[in-house]
Each structure stands twice: as structure tokens, then as C-alpha cells.
Design a protein around this ligand. Sequence first.
Ligand code: V47
Ligand code: SF4
Length: 374
Amino acid sequence: MDLASTIEYVVTDKGLLAIADKVKNGERISEEDCLLLFEKGELGFVGALANHVQERLHHNKVYFNRNFHIEPTNVCVFTCNFCSYSRQYKHRDDGWELSIEQMMDIVRKYDGQPVTEVHIVGGVHPKMNLEFFCELLSRIRTHRPDLHLKGFTAVELDYMFRKAKVSTEEGMRRMNEAGLQSLPGGGAEIFHPDVREVICADKVDGDGWLAIHETAHNLGMHSNATMLYGHIEKYEHRVDHMSRLRQLQDKTGGFNCFIPLKFRNKGNDMSHIAESNIVEDLRLYAIARIFMDNFRNLKAYWPMLGRQTAQLTLSFGVNDLDGTIDDTTKIYSMAGSEEQSPSLTTEELCDMIQAVGKTAVERDTLYNEIKVYA
Ligand code: V47
Ligand code: SF4
């Protein structure tokens, strides 16, 4: 039985069948369609459609990247309610603040190792400014010119540029000249003000986040986009968030991938909110794959999702697994992820991918293939 007949056999809702037709014909689905998928699309249905899209785009390839993280500080001027990681400046003795030399020690630890990317992200420290980070970037670039420098969420950049009293264009140009090549996708959370004002009222708003990424894209840089899901947001807010990203991607084409981030509830001011269940997680990944038609890549970040759920997402639209080797990032372990010390060898990661019948492919930041693991 082909995809169309299987779907007609199990699904009778006319709206859902019309969406299945669009997906089969490679047509874009609307915001209303996306909402209907959230409201009525059962896991098997959205999974079959998402897998169809994934195979059309990537055959059976699943990518991973060898990177390492630097977290300069967890001291932060902002007070996002979902954050388990940050410490206020007045409590900075409980947190960490790395000097440029300490961060260079981390970089030097990877000398001679086949990593292709460094991911720099942390809290928004009132004293770590534009000049400080430009110096860090140029030091890393001089030491290791082959590393792709990906760093700083739009939240960090927005604060840094405002503090330095420079425009977004000027600030981004300076970071780019110092060596910054891509932006990670953090800080996006949920753009809609009804949610943003409750969960992270004091940091850059949705328009500001999008404007920073648009500026980076206009300078020829690439970036990722995230969505923090599974807390107080409604399906409408997810659709609005993904639609705004899809519109910017239509305009610039600068996003490399979309990364849904599952809200974890330990040790933060939203601990009373239950975490989403695995069916909701998989449905979300599948619906994102179907709706975000101009994002080539859908990424799961396994240190936060857990290895088994991350492995399952590979059959629900995901074609990229992040958090590969020696990933010691603290943001999720502090928020309750079961992966307290997340680290996987390349062999373990390939096994995870191959166990679901897919081919593991090492990529660089821009998704150029480095090695196919047959
Ligand atoms: O913006 C914070 C999220 C993000 C919690 O671009 C939480 O390649 C769940 O964006 N539960 C930062 N999530 C991490 C991030 C990221 C990670 C991996 C790869 C990339 C990439 C980007 O972490 C924050 C926020 O959305 N976060 N607290 C929490 N309790
Ligand atoms: Fe600061 Fe980021 Fe935590 Fe918000 S999520 S409090 S911006 S470290």
C-alpha cells in the first residue's frame, strides 16, 4: 500500500486528508492546516507524513557534527522563569565567570582532535562586553583557523550591542570581522507576547530576535532557530512562532536548521508545570517537519530530550542529532535532563542512527558532508 492509500485507510477527517494530499504533492501547508495537525493529527498520521518529507529531502541520511561548547558564564542580567542555570550578578559567587585565558584552555584541550565547530553560549553577564567577546573570537580564530565559530544567542547579542551603543548592523559586523560565522538558535523561546511576557518578560522580544537573525543573514552569516515548547504555550502560539520563522526564511534563506527544545522543569520557577509526554514530543517534531518546508534540517538535541526519545525522533522527521562528543553543557543537566553528563562517542552515535535503519553522516556547520558511516 502506498502512502496515500495507507492514509485514506486509517484517516477519515477531510481536513487531514487534504493536508496529506498537499504533503504528498510537495505543497506548503497553511497555518490553519498546522493548527489542525496539532489538534487532530494522531502520532502515526503525522509521523508518516513527516517521514515522507524527511526521506524526500535527505533519503535516509542522519547528520551529526563534532563540536564542543564553551559557556563563558552563567551569570545573567535576565530572569527567565524557565531557566535553572543562571545566577544573578549579586549571587555570582555561586556561578562561574571564565576569563579569556580559561576559555582558550578549553579550546587548546581540543588541539589535534577532529572537531569542526565551537559553540559559545551562556548567560548575559553585565561586564562581558562586545570588546571582550571580539577578543575571544579573534584569539580562537588565530589559534585554530579551521574551527567554525558559532556563538551568542540573539539575547546575548542584543544586550551587548545596546550596552556598546552600536546598531545591530555595526555590532554584528564587528563580531563577524572578529571571526563569528554563525549564530546558534537559542533565546527564541516563544515569540508570541502573551507567552513571552509570562516566561521571559525582560529579554529581547520576538521582533528583536528575528531582526538580529535577519541582520546576520544579510551579512552572509547563517543561524539556527529554536522553539521552547511544552510549558504554558498553546498550539496557536507554536504555529505563530514557526510561521514567523518560516516567513523570515522565505526572505533570507539564512537558517540552517530548526531545533524544538523540550521544556524541562527541574530547579526553576516553572517547576509546577508538568513536562510534555513522549507522544506530544514526537507529534511536535513531526508537525514541525511538515510545516517548516523551507528549513532543510530539523535537529534534535539529545542531551535535553534523552537518548531514547532523540532516537525515536529520527522516525518522526528529524535528520540531525546534536550533542555529539564530550558535550558538557550544563543548561539541561541543571534543568532536570536525565543526561547528567552527556557525552557520546562517534561510534555510539552512529549505532543509535543505524539502529533505526538510517545512515549516519558527519557534517560541518553548513551541512557539507565530511564522512558517510556505511
Ligand atoms: O534559549 C533554557 C533553552 C536554550 C531550559 O543552535 C531550556 O545549535 C528546556 O538554544 N528546559 C539555549 N530548555 C540552548 C540552545 C541550543 C542548544 C543546542 C543547540 C543549539 C544550536 C542551540 O536553552 C535557551 C532556552 O530556550 N532552555 N532553560 C529548560 N529549563
Ligand atoms: Fe539568562 Fe538565558 Fe537563562 Fe534567560 S535563559 S535567564 S537569558 S541564561
